[in-house]
Ligand binder design. Structure first.
Ligand SMILES: [Mg+2]
Length: 367
């Protein structure tokens, strides 16, 4: 396939309410849409959101990477889809969100040209479905309790609870959530907020209290693999690496050291679908399962993640609620959520309507 042209356009989408973690607070999302046009006329789109606190990328740097070295790496080139992915990966250091936007756009165009849903070309089943979760931001216990109650009323069966700034307050937060939503399964995410000894103490406390905690994400600093391994060995709850795993090499380092029980894959960290599948392959070899997550990203990115999640057997969990946070619901299509379950709409490529440059926000989310 030959890439005829690469374009990008910037968008800004307000959130329905602020998204707060131990690392950041977000009220509106700046994002860039990458567009790939093939010589046969098929056009695909991918997107990347500004996440300076996580990937170090601003909307400006994403747009600059796309318009500069990333565009130069593929525009006018003829290669296989995997070959184009490799060109994107090698085009510059870092810029993983920008790379993901272009690599997803390339795959969307490829699948549209073939007239098939992307998930099928990746080896998965377009009729598959996965149980989604709903994230509860890091707030005062009473606010988190109210949000949890609201999420369960809205159909959520799994809540992802953001913790990790103050251990005593974290205990209060979790108690309030459990009281408000006693039937919900819980995923906890400390976003690197605890020290290893604190993590062991607090997680052991949750276990002893019999709380319905399915996993704890990234309890300690990303680079502290020894600490992560110590927590994993000391507690009964499965520990998931997130900020510690960006690549298949990271995944191998983690699994070799038995530093975690689970991996969280995000396209914005891996630089696209091929890097994500490589992590899932490492996980499958090591006999561990993965969750497919996302940054606070728009619908195009999350639809790509949903196709990927249904394409690899090692990916058994999803954390793909970001579009439910957006005050806008464009573009249409891609996936739908029925109660707690997410499934694809089908159609060629990602199954989304193209998002035009300067598209005005549509009022109201769909969730
Ligand atoms: Mg996380």
């Amino acid at each position: 396939m030959t890439v005829a042209a690469v374009h990008c356009h910037r968008h800004r989408a307000p959130l329905l309410r602020p998204f707060v973690t131990a690392a950041r607070r977000t009220e509106a999302v700046e994002y860039v849409v990458a567009e790939v046009e093939l010589t046969g006329g098929a056009v695909g789109q991918g997107s990347a959101a500004e996440t300076v606190a996580v990937t170090g990328e601003s909307a400006q740097s994403i747009a600059a990477a796309l318009a500069g070295p990333l565009r130069a790496a593929v525009e006018g080139a003829t290669d296989t889809v995997a070959g184009h992915s490799a060109r994107i990966a090698a085009a510059l250091e870092g810029a993983t969100s920008a790379k993901a936007a272009l690599e997803v756009a390339l795959h969307d165009a490829w699948a549209r040209a073939a007239g098939r849903p992307l998930v099928e070309l990746l080896g998965g089943d377009v009729h598959g479905r996965l149980r989604n979760d709903m994230t509860i931001s890091l707030e005062d216990p009473a606010v988190m309790a109210a949000r949890s109650r609201e999420a369960v009323t809205g159909g959520a069966e799994i809540l992802k609870i953001k913790l990790g700034r103050d251990v005593a307050l974290d205990r209060e937060r979790l108690s309030a959530v459990v009281e408000a939503a006693p039937q919900a399964r819980l995923r906890l995410d400390a976003n690197q907020g605890w020290l290893p000894a604190q993590a062991i103490e607090i997680i052991t406390g949750f276990t002893q209290a019999g709380l319905p905690v399915d996993l704890v994400e990234q309890p300690v600093a990303a680079e502290d693999l020894d600490g992560l391994a110590r927590v994993t060995a000391a507690v009964d709850v499965p520990i998931m690496a997130d900020e510690s795993v960006w690549s298949a090499e990271d995944a191998r380092r983690l699994t070799d050291a038995a530093a975690c029980d689970l991996l969280n894959i995000k396209l914005a960290k891996t630089g696209g679908l091929r890097g994500a599948l490589a992590i899932a392959d490492v996980a499958a070899e090591a006999g561990i399962e993965c969750m497919l997550g996302a940054m606070m990203e728009p619908r195009i990115s999350v639809t790509a993640a949903a196709h990927l999640a249904l394409a690899h057997p090692a990916i058994t969990m999803i954390d793909l609620d970001p579009p439910a946070w957006f005050a806008t619901s464009l573009p249409r299509g891609g996936y739908i959520q029925e109660g707690a379950w997410l499934r694809l709409t089908g159609g060629p490529g990602l199954g989304l309507e193209p998002l035009p440059p300067g598209a005005p926000p549509a009022p109201g989310g769909e969730h």
